[in-house]
Design a protein around this ligand. Structure first.
Ligand code: AHR
Length: 507
């Protein structure tokens, strides 16, 4: 039950809760024609793929011999869905896995590749059937840039630099020739290379001071790619200070990890079957990413006032308790309307910080954490988060506009949140695109704008907070057409409770 404001509490004595809930929140939206920052880089809509659970094996890769339709081992249903999403960049192979990965295990004759244990994720055998060549094949099928996470935790700088040379050299060097013998003549492009991952934790449990020295050493040997320093994931300002001060000259980007949870780590709550309290805590946690981006950016500004170094949020998304009956080391979770709202709110935050945030990678692409698709053997379903990514496509490359939102706050338990969050941007063809999120699970909103004209686009909403798709009902929650307004007239939009609306404005 919501904690009601005094006026609403008075009204409750006169009417029913249902009547109050039906009253729309009155919201005022003022969109400026001035740019609020540089363009929204398409790569903020990037993805993260780790050798974790069924994130690669089963979810994306089934092998060329599988009965599940595939292209050179990659399952067609998932690849087709991801193609439609236009994946701009993929980070691989980890995560924690990256700092325990030897790239040499994943090249050459698949039958001769060693089997290792996936230490971080369930201790299951890692066959290395998917290695560099296979991953690059997927990236080419999807038309995606590649972001390779190098191992700084347990291998040498020489290993990292040789991997880069193996992938990208067009020379007659032994490494380039070895790549050719393994079936790839032309070099691949590796636009980004991560220098370790979570070096404060699974990437080596280092002190920031030690990590900074190590980063500089590894980065020295990684040339011709954008070097991403393993960054903050624990709200550790000291780490950001140390890395920026001591390693700023040797990095092109600094990374931030931020996971959204509906409670503390030990009580994250379930992916489905939650109540209004967990709904509100989850969305509050999602909006909390803005505070962290601002805090990290402020420290970066001190050391890099010209903003040469980008901030890559290279792991973000919801982290719920694993689905009952699944291997807890596989981080498998159902994905609901709540996850879609988390994605939408997070995109809106990224759009407000384009001066630093140039890339982001949702964790993770398939079957792990906040996934785009869930699979079970031959079955596949797209998630509400997939649809949020799809809805927001018009924002890629667009220029953000200042959107001032005057909205009432709503309360749930100890949580207080705005009713509505909005992002606005100018697209390349000069059009205006709006994304509006109604966070309140019970109350609709009426948004009066300073714009005139009509809008058309799509809406994602449902009756239940945990509405989701299943293998039996893959279209239970999909976007529906949405339109409002009349050309030339003042524009107002009606938002149902718990909804995401993305529309283009025609004046
Ligand atoms: O995405 C799951 C894990 O979360 C990653 O491997 C790690 O970097 C982070 O802690």
């Amino acid at each position: 039950m919501k904690r009601l404001l005094p006026t609403a509490a008075l009204a409750l004595s006169l009417c029913t809760t249902a009547t109050i809930a039906a009253e729309p929140a009155q919201v005022r939206l003022t969109v400026s024609t001035e740019a609020a920052g540089p363009r929204i880089e398409p790569e903020v809509y990037g993805h993260f793929v780790e050798h974790l659970g069924t994130g690669v094996y089963g979810g994306l890769w089934v092998g060329p011999e599988s009965k599940i339709p595939n292209t050179r081992g990659w399952r067609n249903d998932v690849v087709e869905a991801l193609r439609r999403l236009e994946v701009p960049v993929m980070r691989w192979p980890g995560g924690c896995f990256a700092d325990d990965y030897d790239w040499r295990d994943g090249i050459g004759d698949p039958a001769k590749r060693p089997v290792r244990l996936n230490r971080w994720w369930g201790g299951v055998p890692e066959t290395n059937r998917v290695g560099t060549h296979e991953f690059m094949d997927l990236a080419e099928m999807l038309g995606s840039e590649t972001y390779i996470a190098a191992n700084m935790g347990s291998m040498s700088p020489r290993d990292a630099s040789q991997w880069l040379e193996y992938m990208t050299s067009d020379s007659k060097s032994s490494l380039a020739e070895e790549r050719r013998r393994n079936g790839r003549d032309r070099p691949w492009k590796v636009k980004y290379m991560g220098v370790g991952n979570e070096s404060w934790g699974c990437g080596g449990n280092m002190r920031p001071e030690y990590q900074a020295d190590l980063h500089n050493r590894y980065a020295t040997y990684l040339q011709g790619t954008q070097r991403v320093a393993s960054g903050d994931g624990q709200q550790d300002d000291h780490l950001v200070e140390v890395l920026m001060e001591r390693s700023g000259a040797h990095m092109d980007a600094f990374s931030l990890h931020y996971y959204t949870m509906a409670g503390p780590w030990e009580d994250k709550g379930p992916a489905t079957g939650f109540g209004a309290d967990r709904w509100a805590k989850e969305l509050q946690s999602a909006l909390g990413i803005e505070k962290r981006i601002v805090a990290v950016s402020n420290i970066m500004d001190k050391h890099d006032p010209k903003k040469r170094i980008a901030l890559y949020v290279d792991e973000w998304g919801t982290w719920h308790a694993p689905d009952p009956g699944t291997n807890p080391g596989f981080l498998q979770q159902q994905n609901t309307l709540r996850d879609a709202l988390v994605a939408a709110l997070t995109f809106n935050v990224f759009h407000r910080h384009t001066e630093r945030v140039k890339m982001a990678n949702i964790a993770q692409m398939v079957n792990v954490l906040q996934a785009m698709a869930l699979t079970d053997g031959p079955r596949m379903t797209l998630t509400p988060t997939y649809h949020a990514f799809d809805l927001y496509k018009p924002f890629r490359g667009a220029v953000p506009l200042t959107a001032k939102v005057e909205a009432p706050r709503w309360h749930q338990g100890e949580v207080e949140l705005p009713a509505v969050d909005v992002s606005a941007a100018r697209t390349a063809d000069g059009g205006t695109v709006l994304a509006l999120v109604n966070l309140d699970p019970e109350r609709p909103a009426r948004v009066q704008t300073n714009l005139s004209g009509a809008v058309s686009g799509r809406i994602l909403t449902a009756g239940a907070m945990d509405a989701h798709n299943t293998f039996a009902q893959p279209n239970a929650l999909v976007p529906a057409p949405y339109s409002a307004g009349t050309k030339g007239a003042p524009l107002a939009l009606e938002l149902p409770p718990k909804s995401i609306v993305v529309v283009a404005v025609s004046q």
